[in-house]
Each structure stands twice: as C-alpha cells, then as structure tokens.
Ligand binder design. Structure first.
Ligand code: FAD
Length: 387
C-alpha cells in the first residue's frame, strides 16, 4: 500500500462545499487533497439555481471570471405557480445565476487545482482512523490502496455520504425519510430569465434556463403522495404534471435530454444540523435546507467559509481541535437557525395542499409578505469573513 504523509487536510466529497473548502485552504498554503468516490463531470440532482447570496459568495471567493466563462443564465425573479390560480411573482434581491452542476462542479475543481489542491476522484475512503498528530485514511482507486495521513479531515460528502469506520461518530442510523429529489435537462421548451416553481400535492418542480436553449427541471417528491414512485424521468414528469395542469401544459412540448437525469434519496429536510461528528461536516453533510428555498448551495459555501476559519487556525497551531469544534458548531447554529426555521415552515406549508392554497391566496394579495418570507430563509451578510 502506498502512503501519503505530507497532506495537511483531506476533504471527503468534491461537491460545491468540498471544492470551495479546498480552494480556501489551498489558497492559505495548506496541502489539500479533495477526494470524491464518484467521477466528474457528471449531472447532479439540483435546481442549478445559484441564489443572489450564492453568487455573492462565489464572487467574494474570486470565482467570477471562471464562472462567467460558463455564460450563466441570469434571473431577477421567481414565478410561483399553484394549481390553476394566477401565479405569484417574487422579485429576487439581486441577480441569480443558472449554471448546470456538470460545469459548475468541474469549474470549482479547476479552481482548486489552480490553487494547488490535489483532486482525487473515483476514490473511495473505507476508514478514517485517529493517529498521533492527525488521522490515517485508507483510500481505494480501482485496485490501488493508499494510506493518507492528513492532520485534519473534513466531511463534505453530501446528504447521504458516510465512511464506514470513523472515530468518535456520535449520530447513529437516521430515521426513514420519504423525500426524493430528481432532475433532468429538457429541450423543446424555453425559460426566459425567471425561475418557475410549480407546486402540486406531494411536491414541487422548478424550471429554469440551463443555457444553450436547455431547461433544467428539478423536483422534490414525497413518496407518500405517489401510489407508486415513477421509475423513469418521463414517469415523474408525467406524474407531477398530472397533479398541476399548468405544469402539464408547460411540459407538453418538453423532451428529456438523454444522459442528464439524476436522482437522490432520501433528501433529509428536517434533521437538526450536525456540524461535527468526530470530524467537521460542511454542506449537506452538515444540514439540508429544503430545495424550495433555492439556497442549499449558498449554505454549502457559507459552511465551508465558516469551517475554513477554524481549520486554518488549527493547522497553524493557534487553536485546539476542541476549540475549533466549539466555534464552528456555534457559528453554524447562529447563522443557520433562522433560514432553517423559515425554510422548513415553507416546506411544511407547501406539502399541505389546503394550507398551500390558503397561503397562495394570501400571498397573491400581499406580495410584500412573500418577499419578506423569502428573505427570512436567507443567510445574513457576513462582512468579516477573512477570505
Ligand atoms: C431536488 C433538489 C433541487 C435543488 N435545487 C437547488 C437549487 O436550485 N439551488 C441551490 O442552491 N440548491 C439546490 N439544492 C440543494 C443543493 O443541491 C445542495 O445543497 C448542494 O449540492 C450541497 O452541496 P454539497 O457539496 O454539500 O453536496 P454534494 O453536491 O451532494 O456533493 C457531495 C459529494 O460527496 C461525494 N461523496 C459521497 N460520499 C462520499 C464519500 N464517502 N467519500 C468521498 N466522497 C463522497 C459525492 O459523490 C458528491 O460528489 C437542491 C437539492 C435538491 C435535492
């Protein structure tokens, strides 16, 4: 077995949280390896809507020039459509971008490489063990086993990732959860500068431009509302359309683009944040905000920024692991509490058809309330982030 001794930080999971973390720490001069068990680029279950807050964070991280080359679609408003009622328009607090995850994750990996991080994809981690002065990870790529000995390990493995053997893991097996996320790209229809969100019994679906005449369709479905869960992308498009006539009309000419669909289950919408489980956790590994809020990526980036502060200080020897844990857990609790509370309230409302109808009727008369509610799901500004 090969052995890698000179690593400062291993980040497990190369989605948006892990990639941003790799950029931040590599930029500080730390030797970083960013590991993902899957291959890239690939399509991921996501609405591909970068909220104004997420865009602001990526710009603050210096990613704007690279991301501009991907020619993001620009949105200034969202249209909420419930049943056959008139739709509700919500003005966004700034420009949101549409960039497909296939390109976005890859662009972030390139940025991480440019900053000096090693990106190791198709690499599984079977164990994280404590050793004096840090950790030992056993990784497997094809038939090749490697031992990596980093001083710190960060979990960025999304909502369903884990490593079988971990030190000090505190949370056991999670409760069953009925939510499923699905997405595909569509051709044959157009989306013009706004995010469309269609609600139906048991879920919602977002449509937004993915550039080049392609529309991204992403849906969150509650399995309990479907007698049998659709087994194909076409199946769930039809199932969702059957529950919202305006969505059905919108999708009448749409054709799924081969090779772009993805699904994820379960999507754990109501679990308490778990910022530290033997090691720090960032992004969806820490907590998931309902996709309805369109802010998961913004929260993933923020958690990486918050965690990077402690990681840098720990690696410099300026703080202990316990102090890093305490400050990161507190920062997550303070910053995420409000958006999670409101996001989950909106999710519960959307999942209850009578409530949703009532809320839609009120919202169509009081658009200011909707804007304030959307704002309540957003992270507060942080001007004192060191990066
Ligand atoms: C239906 C749906 C629609 C959404 N729409 C939006 C939206 O429009 N806008 C928005 O901001 N957010 C949206 N989100 C949320 C957003 O996709 C997530 O919050 C975001 O992807 C989290 O990023 P992450 O880096 O934490 O996780 P991920 O992007 O999931 O990355 C985790 C990575 O870890 C890897 N991994 C897993 N296990 C291991 C392991 N053991 N070792 C190594 N690697 C591992 C995986 O292969 C994966 O690449 C949506 C979510 C859903 C379900």
């Amino acid at each position: 077995m090969r052995c890698h001794e000179t690593i400062d930080v291993a980040i497990l999971g190369a989605g948006i949280a892990g990639s941003c973390m790799a950029v931040l720490l590599a930029r500080r001069g730390w030797k970083v390896v960013l590991i993902d068990r899957r291959s890239f680029p690939r399509h991921k279950t996501c609405g591909e809507f970068l909220s104004p807050e997420a865009v602001g964070s990526l710009i603050a991280l210096g990613m704007e020039p690279r991301l501009r080359t991907l020619r993001p679609s620009i949105f200034h408003r969202a249209r909420l459509v419930t049943g056959s009622r008139a739709s509700i328009i919500v003005q966004l607090p700034g420009a949101a971008w549409g960039i497909n995850r296939y390109d976005l994750d890859e662009a972030l990996h390139e940025e991480a490489r440019l900053e000096g991080a090693e990106v190791a994809t198709e690499t599984a981690v079977s164990a994280i063990r404590l050793r004096s002065g840090g950790y030992e990870l056993v990784t497997k790529r094809g038939a090749e086993l490697t031992a990596i000995r980093p001083r710190a390990v960060i979990g960025a493995w999304g909502g369903n990732g884990h490593v079988a053997e971990m030190p000090d893991a505190r949370r056991g097996r999670p409760a069953p959860c009925p939510y499923v996320g699905v997405k595909t790209h569509l051709s044959g229809i157009k989306a013009d500068g706004e995010l469309e969100l269609y609600f139906f019994k048991g879920g919602y679906m977002g449509l937004s431009s993915a550039g080049d005449g392609i529309v991204n369709a992403a849906a969150l479905l509650d399995k309990r509302a479907f007698r049998s869960m659709p087994v194909s992308v076409n199946g769930w498009l039809e199932a969702a359309g059957a529950l919202n006539p305006r969505l059905a009309r919108r999708l009448a000419e749409a054709r799924p683009v081969t090779g772009t669909h993805a699904a994820v289950a379960p999507v754990r919408l109501f679990d308490a944040p778990l910022a530290w489980n033997g090691i720090p956790l960032i992004g969806d590994a820490c907590v998931t905000i309902p996709p309805l809020c369109g802010d998961g990526m913004s929260m993933a980036i923020r958690s990486a920024q918050l965690c990077a502060i402690g990681a840098d200080r720990y690696l410099r020897g300026e703080t202990t692991l316990e102090e890093w844990e305490a400050s990161y857990v507190m920062a997550i609790s303070r910053q995420f509490r409000g958006p999670l509370r409101w996001g989950r309230l909106l999710q519960r409302t959307a999942g209850n058809p009578s409530f949703a109808m009532l809320a839609a009727a009120v919202a169509s008369r009081l658009p200011g309330v909707v804007n304030r509610l959307v704002k309540a799901t957003r992270l507060g500004k942080m001007d004192d982030l060191p990066w």
